[in-house]
Design a protein around this ligand. Structure first.
Ligand code: G3P
Ligand code: MG
Length: 242
């Protein structure tokens, strides 16, 4: 079972900041996951929520501000004084951190609440210009975005995200079409997902921060877990393979 650092190393660093990504880049893990939104001036930025309120000292929607306006706020201090000065990173800055590693890069397109017209093309341009096609995974709760990725870049790995699984996941994957399934922890334990794994589908599970949950997922044949607690899960997996 592979380990993917969820929003960077987000248990120890402020999520979706360069500090969290640089820490993740040093660890012997399979990959990293982060979330992208589009600014008012159509720049791709890495942040989880539609609003900056929870993870910065500012307020407002990402879509209503330019990159320059978003850069005026601090995205580290909410997590700890020592992280003061962290800015909202662009997708380009984050890809630069991982370009020199072997890590897989899961870009989650956050177009499920607001429609970011053309976000798929912009993300793909960044990925192809850095020649990262072979180790990028593009996912979204917005399955139209996942479908668009399949149309525009059939060779790049894509995956729909599910908070709750649909009944016939294999047919659904074929219909999109998509190469993997990203599901919530409660969904992973349910029949449709267990069947999909048995039938050979790649299933990745979010967000697994407790050892007891990892212990339940391991025998199911889950491909990877997204975790904030990267070192804890590394220790768990090291114990398991011994
Ligand atoms: O991509 C896996 C996971 O990040 C999905 O949920 O809300 O943490 O972006 P969320
Ligand atoms: Mg995410």
């Amino acid at each position: 079972m592979k380990i993917i650092a969820h929003r960077g190393y987000s248990a120890k660093y402020p999520e979706n900041t360069l500090a969290a990504f640089r820490a993740a880049a040093k660890l012997p893990i399979y990959g990293v996951e982060f979330d992208v939104h589009l600014t008012k001036d159509r720049e791709l930025v890495v942040i989880h929520d539609e609003k900056i309120d929870r993870t910065s000292n500012g307020s407002g929607f990402v879509k209503d501000m330019t990159l320059e306006q978003l850069r005026q706020f601090d995205y580290g201090i909410w997590f700890g004084e020592e992280f003061a000065g962290e800015k909202i990173p662009t997708l380009s800055e984050v890809l630069e951190v991982f370009a020199i590693t072997n890590l897989h890069i899961n870009i989650e397109i956050k177009s499920d609440i607001f429609i970011y017209e053309g976000i798929e093309e912009l993300v793909l341009q960044e990925v192809t210009s850095r020649k990262l096609e072979d180790r990028v995974i593009l996912s979204s709760f917005d399955h139209e975005a996942v479908q668009k990725v399949a149309e525009l870049a059939p060779n790049i790995e894509n995956a729909p995200l599910f908070a709750n699984p649909v009944l016939n996941l294999r047919d659904y994957l074929m219909q999109v079409p998509a190469k993997a399934l990203h599901v919530s922890l409660p969904s992973a334990l349910r029949y449709p997902v267990r069947q999909a794994i048995k039938a050979g589908e790649i299933v990745r599970v979010y967000t697994v921060n407790e050892i007891e949950h990892a212990e339940r997922l391991l025998p199911l044949g889950v491909d990877s877990i997204f975790t904030d607690e990267v070192e804890l899960m590394l220790e768990f997996m090291n114990r398991e393979v011994r």
